[in-house]
Structures are given as C-alpha cells and as structure tokens.
Design a protein around this ligand. Structure first.
Ligand code: FMN
Length: 353
C-alpha cells in the first residue's frame, strides 16, 4: 500500500492515519504514542477554557517533538432565556432524583454556576501556543477565525456528516475535511443539534467524494485493514481511528469502563442526546434509558454541564450506569496494547492486505 498522498504531505506524517481526538479518553500520552507511530495524534480540547487548553497543549508538547492536531467544538451557544432557566431547573431536579434513587450522592450545579467557553478564546490560545493543525466539529469556524488561523500557517480540518456540510466547509476554504459516517463513536460532528443527518459511511463518503475536491479523511468504523481499504476505495486519503484505541494503555478510561466495553453487544450501541444535549454514540445504560423517556434533555452545552458532576461521581463509584461510555459500531476486543502498537499493527495489516 502506498501511503504517501496529499493528506500525508499536508499533515507532515509518514502514514495518513489520524488518532481521533476523543475528549475524556485521549491523553497527552495517547497523542505522543500516535506520533511515535508516524501517524497524526489529535489532542481534544472540546470546550475547555483557554488556560486549560494551554496547560494540556504544553503537557503534550513535553511528550513529543512532533506536530499534533488540536480539536475544538465550534458550536454557537443558545442564549440563556427565562424559558431555558425554567427548563434547566426542572431537568436538574429530575437528574438529582434519578441519581438519588440509584444511591449516588451528587451536588448538581445551578445554572448561574455554569461556565461556558467561547471558542474564539481557544483559537487565540491555540495560535499563541503555535499549534499548526486544528480540527473542529459542531459547525464551521467563522470567517475571522479561519483568516486568523491561516495567517499563522495553520492547517484546518473541518468535520462533515452530510454532503451539504462538506460543501460549506470547502467553500469556506477549509484545508481538509473529515467525513464522519454514522458508525462513528462519540459525538456526531453535525452542524446542527436537531434533525441531524444520519448517513452511513458507505453512502456519505462516496457522495462527498463526488461533490468536493478537498482531500478527505474518513472517520467511522475503521478497525482493521479491510475497513481502512474500504474507506480508501471510496475516496478517503486519510483514515481516522477512534474506538479502536479505547482500551489502549494510554486511554484514560477506567478499568471498569474498559470491562463494560469488552462486554458490549450490538444492541448496546446507540445514539443519544442524554448526556450532553448533542447526539453521541455510546453504550446504553440506566441513565440513558431514563433520560430518553423523560423528554427533559436540555440543549448543548447546558445538558453537558448539568451531567458533568454526575458523571464524575459515578466514575468514582465505578458505576457504569451513570457514565457516558462512547463507542462506535465496529465492536472488537478493545485491546489494551499501546496506541503505538495498535497503529503499527493496522499499518502492517493494511500493507499485507
Ligand atoms: C470516546 C470518544 C470521544 C470522542 N470525542 C471527540 C472529540 O472530542 N472531538 C471530535 O472531533 N470527535 C470526537 N469523537 C469522534 C472521533 O473523532 C471519530 O469521529 C470516531 O471515533 C470515528 O469512529 P470510530 O469510533 O468508529 O473509529 C469521539 C469518539 C469517541 C469514541
């Protein structure tokens, strides 16, 4: 297999394999381990405040001299209306009762205690830290941020879940597009948070490839040589792997979460807004079941902030029923090998395919 292509050149890597940014799972160690395999590591910054972005970027730089991508969420934040305040109070009460019913003692934040991040502050921090590759989800960067980042020589990777989103990214001058099939674990990168496109990777990648000229990275369901080659045949030049690395040595999932993953069956894997207010793919549990039927899920980022403390406490109690265990549709054995080994194994398999 010939790996060198426009994506490997733009990203400056030997293998155009991207370790997916996985907020809550990816550690600086995972990013460094991916770089060690001559692939692209991606550091998830999600909606962390600028000072925390800087700290985690520096922690990663201390582990690897190689260039890595940083990843942010670029959604608009719904204004805090009186209606939303009322809704928040109701959902908070519901979640608090649910936690209590399951023996979890947790102090959920009031709406005025919640701190929200404006992604523009993250962009400034990223530029100040000299990061040269930025990927993002939940929409497109605004024109000013694109211009600013490009003026600093930054490669931009947008995420699409439909042909329409891909066209918008291309028209805005985004350098690379990550095409996220419905199989993917974790959050849907969709621009909107309701009525999202739910297109399988096979249909989406082939159609995006016909409609745009921007080089494409594919994400969703790649877990071995066969799936990687399938993405290549459909037009991808870059291959993003997320769930394949969930069980690795560098994953920050706790042992009970890894165990839960290894027991997962096909019906466990579902899309839900329950934890964050945006659709994400992960393992069904008691919290999701209850929240799905409640009709009380708040918009992102409010639901995400509300459930944050609950998830933290549940993790301390090793309670898999109240944590978000994100995972994609390609169920496998979630090996505990290192990220470097996993990527090297994928490369060798793909070469011998
Ligand atoms: C645990 C987990 C967390 C994720 N967090 C992020 C994130 O912070 N930013 C992002 O762009 N994508 C995130 N994703 C999605 C991945 O970037 C990627 O699209 C997905 O993992 C690819 O599908 P796969 O899981 O089948 O490999 C996450 C995925 C998982 C499994």
């Amino acid at each position: 297999m010939k790996w060198e292509n426009s994506i490997s050149k733009i990203l400056g890597v030997r293998y155009p394999i991207v370790q997916a940014p996985m907020f809550g799972v990816t550690t600086p160690q995972m990013v460094a381990a991916a770089a060690q395999a001559d692939a692209l590591g991606s550091l998830p910054l999600a909606d962390l405040p600028a000072d925390q972005c800087i700290a985690t970027i520096r922690a990663t730089k201390a582990l690897t001299p190689k260039t890595f991508a940083v990843n942010i969420f670029v959604n608009a934040i719904p204004p805090l209306s009186a209606e939303l305040r009322t809704q928040y109070a109701q959902t908070k009460q519901y979640v608090a009762q649910l936690a209590e019913h399951h023996g979890l003692e947790v102090e959920l934040p009031n709406i005025d205690q919640i701190k929200l991040t404006d992604y523009h502050d993250q962009v400034d921090a990223i530029i100040a830290e000299g990061c040269k590759i930025v990927s993002f989800i939940f929409g497109n960067l605004d024109a000013q941020s694109i211009q600013k980042l490009k003026a600093h020589g930054t490669v931009l990777i947008g995420t699409c879940t439909s042909v329409n989103e891909a066209i918008q990214l291309e028209q805005a001058g985004i350098d690379l597009i990550c095409v996220q099939g419905i199989e993917a674990g974790g959050h849907r990168g969709s621009f909107e948070d309701h009525d999202i496109p739910q297109i399988g990777g096979l249909s989406l990648l082939a159609q995006v490839c016909e409609q745009v000229k921007t080089p494409l990275i594919y994400a969703g369901g790649i877990y071995n040589a066969k799936t990687l080659h399938a993405a290549k045949v459909l037009g991808a030049q870059g291959f993003q792997i997320g769930s394949l690395l969930l069980g690795t040595k560098e994953s920050s999932l706790q042992e009970f979460e890894k165990q839960r993953l290894r027991q997962a069956n096909e019906s466990d894997v579902m899309l839900t807004k329950s934890f964050s207010g945006r659709y994400a793919r992960g393992l069904r549990n008691a919290f999701i079941q209850s929240m799905e039927n409640s009709g009380m899920v708040l918009p992102y980022p409010y639901q995400n902030k509300l459930t944050g403390e609950l998830r933290k406490v549940a993790r301390q109690y090793r309670n898999a029923d109240f944590v978000n265990i994100w995972a994609g549709q390609s169920i496998h054995d979630y090996s505990s090998k290192s990220t470097t080994e996993m990527i090297q194994q994928l490369i060798t398999e793909a070469e011998n395919f």
